[in-house]
Design a binder for this molecule. Structure first.
Ligand code: PMP
Length: 404
């Protein structure tokens, strides 16, 4: 057997804590609040089938390698979509990526080496934690509250940090975050951009959920605030995705960043996948140009809001004195904490035995030491499944609190 050593990053790696829950999903009758999957019932199948047929209008383009930066038709469509969101954007500023996950990975490759200080809003998106850990970043947690990143605390943290520990990057999901569902208010957005300008770091804004707003609660991306305050010197790097609003299988994401950052990401992408699959890019472009996106987005927001309200109500009914949470104003997630300390491994076992799954809070804390929370997604289950799942969770919670 060949015994060659792995790189130090991969000598003893831990996989995605969410993907590790997959084996439980095969349990018959299980209701899952764990996934971050969009609802398959909201895919615009007809519109995507039409777009799929049009892909072969130009078979040579569909079947050939494409430019690393992305196909012109898609860059144009994504620039227009960015403009609708409140960003000023030209097609040649868009770097198409294979999911927004790739865009983050490219940024990590061009900016982070072992020991590079990176601030991470916490609780944090687990795949961002994983990418930074594998790169050997010196991760610092920046806490969030009910309104997202606590920018005042961050200001204090930056003030107190030794210059060598100040970040090169700060990662945040300002609009309907994963896992907390919070929306960063405009005043905090402005203060955050000011901090980035003052201390000289990039803010990585990950925005797959910003358009999934309930009651028109959304605000323009942080990137727009950066443009307004600093023009060409915008300290915000913008990542977005069609995964939650069209379909994750397309694997279409995009990055907006200054030319020197974009160029280096394109070079990193050349050694990763050369280009995002042209078939998928053309399908996405045809779909966005078909004019069906806004109506399907509206339908998706309305349905997620209905499911969110059902989950909030059901949790209040089934576990009235046990759970603490803030009602999300958009997105796919509810972040739940407990009134009393819980034995988290017993709670998880009991939930699985009762036939309901969630993501345990420990997955979202990069530096460990905290676990008293769980992330529930209301995007995929039906309202009936949400009600039944909440009953099961209520049963699991009974008797698991640690006596004080
Ligand atoms: N960022 C966040 C915050 C996410 O929740 C997700 C999907 N779970 C992604 C990035 C990855 O999205 P994509 O499918 O575009 O790679």
């Amino acid at each position: 057997m060949v015994a060659v050593e792995f790189t130090s990053a991969f000598a003893n790696p831990s996989g995605s804590p969410i993907r590790e829950l997959f084996p439980y999903l095969s349990k018959p009758g299980l209701i899952s609040f764990a996934g971050g999957y969009p609802s398959p019932s909201l895919f615009d199948v007809e519109g995507l089938m039409d777009a799929g047929r049009r892909v072969f209008d130009d078979p040579a383009a569909a079947l050939q390698y494409g430019a690393t930066e992305g196909m012109p038709a898609l860059r144009e469509a994504l620039a227009q979509l960015s403009v609708v969101r409140g960003i000023s954007c030209e097609p040649d500023q868009v770097l198409v990526t294979t999911g927004s996950q790739q865009a983050f990975d490219l940024l990590v490759r061009i900016f982070v080496e072992p020991g590079t200080p990176v601030y991470l809003e916490t609780p944090a998106y687990p795949a961002a934690i994983q990418a930074l850990r594998l790169a050997g970043a010196a991760i610092h947690e920046s806490p969030v509250d009910a309104d997202g990143l606590d920018v005042e605390r961050l200001a204090q943290q930056l003030e107190e940090a030794a210059p060598a520990d100040r970040p090169k990057l700060l990662y945040t999901v300002p609009s309907f975050s994963n896992p907390c569902g919070t929306l960063l208010p405009q005043s905090r957005r402005e203060a955050l951009v000011d901090l980035a300008l003052r201390y000289g770091f990039f803010i990585v804004e990950d925005d797959p959920y910003g358009e999934l707003s309930f009651d028109d609660a959304g605000v323009p991306p942080l990137y727009a605030t950066g443009q307004n305050r600093a023009g060409e010197d915008n300290p915000v790097l913008y990542l977005s995705s069609l995964s939650k609003t069209v379909a994750p299988a397309l694997r279409v994401g995009w990055l907006l960043a200054p030319p020197d950052v974009r160029r280096r990401c394109a070079i990193a992408k050349q050694t990763s996948d050369l280009c995002t699959a042209p078939v998928a890019q053309l399908m996405a472009a045809h779909y966005l140009n078909s004019g069906r996106y806004p109506a399907n987005l509206g339908r998706t927001c309305a349905e997620y809001q209905r499911r969110m309200s059902a989950m909030v109500q059901a949790l209040r009914d089934e576990a009235p004195d046990t759970l603490k949470f803030v009602e999300p104003r958009g997105g796919m997630f509810l972040w739940v904490e407990f009134e009393q300390k819980m034995d988290m491994s017993r709670l998880f076992q009991s939930a699985v035995e009762n036939g309901v799954l969630y993501v345990p809070g420990a997955a979202f804390y990069p530096l460990g030491g905290r676990d008293q929370a769980m992330r529930l997604s209301y995007a995929t289950p039906t309202v009936e499944q949400i009600q039944e799942g909440a009953r099961r969770l209520g049963r699991a919670l009974a008797g698991v609190a640690v006596p004080s």
